[in-house]
Design a protein around this ligand. Sequence first.
Ligand SMILES: [Zn+2]
Length: 124
Amino acid sequence: MEVEKAKCECCGFTEECTPAYIAAVRAEYLGRWVCGLCAEAVGDEIRREAGTLTTAEALDRHVAFARAPRARPRKASASDDLVAAVARLLRRCLDSPPASPAAPAPPHGRKVAAGPGCPDGADA
Ligand SMILES: [Zn+2]
């Protein structure tokens, strides 16, 4: 069976398809080839808009959607993660004021029972 490589215009996924299938998809999606997953998403989009969305519009929307989260976070994620980490750190400091010393060492009873075996009690 003769197959050709077709690349999805939305997510860049390449699939090996028969030329007939590629042509059928292209015909349906205005000359663009989209993978099965994206075709389904585009179809959902059109159905959700109840016929007010053209295939081209749905396709454009999906292309933007499929590309944006992939292309952008890769650059932003490093700083985003840092911001999130700092925010988490700050929140942790605020959430655990020195007024709650019980939090780091709650098993008081067990500590006594463990006695010398407990690493916390080793330096005593
Ligand atoms: Zn795709």
